[in-house]
Design a protein around this ligand. Structure first.
Ligand SMILES: NC(=O)c1ccc[n+]([C@@H]2O[C@H](COP(=O)([O-])OP(=O)(O)OC[C@H]3O[C@@H](n4cnc5c(N)ncnc54)[C@H](O)[C@@H]3O)[C@@H](O)[C@H]2O)c1
Length: 359
């Protein structure tokens, strides 16, 4: 996928100020063709257009008044009628643990609804051009402290959404990269006076906030460029204390290729020993079929029988095979019937005597 910002059409939710505004500025500096700023704050949105136009030239920024919780359909329709969007920065968000439903509406439902609508618009398998969706998660998307349970729940949701929609399997079909950015504490209006639920720990929260590695919004703007230029779909990136970005939470993703479920597995030398154990374990963890190849017909047939009793009829198949002679014949036979996913190249001998019978 092309990872240059040049000539890109960008849509930023919550782009009138803070991180969204900063990313608009950075992406224009890197050559973006057009940036849509969508925000509920009309006054700041119009001022943002003026400032960015003065810096980057006329007709590069459009403001549209928009509440992400209610205006997706009319606003996206207007944009999609005239433009192919390359990038969505799914950024609008609030931090107020006393507003549970509003937090979920904006930070979760909004992010998912906008993400899915733009994913559909961009997906190559439905006539789109591919593209990138960068979701604003947070350090609170994968790290927990005792102060903001509602906000943390909302940002964990953003991470789950990003990692699932951005999964390699979806990316390969759609050509749409889905990434998450996880900023640490950043000086914006959002963090000026964070509202926590009353849990009797206001003092601790105050001290905690003071002790954090605060950064300016410029660091997050630069991170959004770095992530765009480097990140693979389904990945999440930390930007904290103005340090360089690092990938985080990469253990969450379920790699389907590494899952034994429904796989067809061929095990050479599988009639006994390690080969048999491997066949047994593959079936235990959900393999569809295990094909045992072995030179020993009696043991091989017994092994398949035992495995079928244990894991279900037809799960194990035995084919007599000498790996030194029967490759073409046996592989033909297998490939006609099965789409093989895994080969366990296990057959082997340990016998240094027979080769030296001239002794
Ligand atoms: N500032 C931080 O420390 C920090 C850290 C991690 C993640 N984030 C996330 O980054 C994103 C941006 O935060 P920020 O710090 O720039 O906040 P901000 O308050 O400075 O800016 C948020 C913008 O979103 C807009 N907005 C709010 N509700 C909206 C709605 N319903 N529809 C459309 N626009 C709406 C606001 O008007 C504002 O312009 C948020 O998702 C936030 O959770 C911020």
């Amino acid at each position: 996928m092309e990872k240059s910002l040049a000539n890109k059409v960008v849509v930023i939710t919550g782009g009138a100020e803070g991180i969204g505004y900063e990313v608009a500025d950075r992406y224009l500096s890197k050559g973006a063709k057009l940036v849509f700023l969508l925000d509920i704050n009309e006054k700041l949105g119009n001022e943002a257009v003026q400032k960015l136009s003065a810096k980057h030239g006329a007709n590069k920024v459009i403001f549209m008044k928009c509440d992400v919780t209610s205006d997706l359909v009319p606003v996206s329709k207007k944009i999609f009628e005239n433009y192919k969007v390359d990038i969505l920065l799914n950024n609008a968000g609030i931090l107020n643990d006393r507003l549970l439903k509003k937090t979920i509406d904006i930070n979760v439902t909004g992010v998912c609804e906008w993400g899915l609508a733009f994913w559909d618009h961009m997906r190559k398998d439905k006539g789109g051009n591919g593209g990138t969706i960068l979701n604003l998660a947070s350090i609170y998307g994968y790290r927990v402290d005792p102060f903001l349970p509602v906000y943390q729940a909302s940002k964990f949701a953003v991470m789950g959404f990003t990692k699932s929609l951005g999964h390699k399997a979806n990316y390969e079909r759609s050509g749409v990269r889905v990434l998450a950015m996880c900023p640490g504490f950043t000086e914006t209006k959002l963090t000026a006076a964070p509202q926590a639920w009353d849990m009797g720990q206001d003092k601790e929260f105050e001290q905690f906030l003071k002790a954090q590695a605060w950064q300016k919004v410029e660091s997050v703007g630069q991170a959004a460029v770095d992530i765009f230029e480097n990140g693979d779909s389904g990945t999440a990136w930390l930007i904290e204390g103005a340090r360089p970005i690092v990938e985080v939470a990469n253990a969450y993703t379920h790699d389907m290729e590494r899952d034994p479920k429904n796989k067809v597995v061929v095990v050479t030398g599988g009639a006994g020993g390690i080969g048999y154990e491997i066949a047994d374990k593959f079936l235990k963890y959900g393999a569809k079929t295990v094909i045992i190849l072995d030179i020993n017909e009696t043991l091989g047939a017994e092994a398949a029988q035992k495995l079928n009793v244990k894991h279900g009829e037809g799960k194990a198949v035995f084919i007599k095979c000498d790996v030194t002679k029967d490759l073409d014949k046996v592989s033909d036979e297998i490939f006609q019937k099965y789409d093989v996913n895994v080969l366990v190249n296990n057959a082997g001998v340990l016998n240094e005597v027979d080769d030296f019978t001239w002794w």
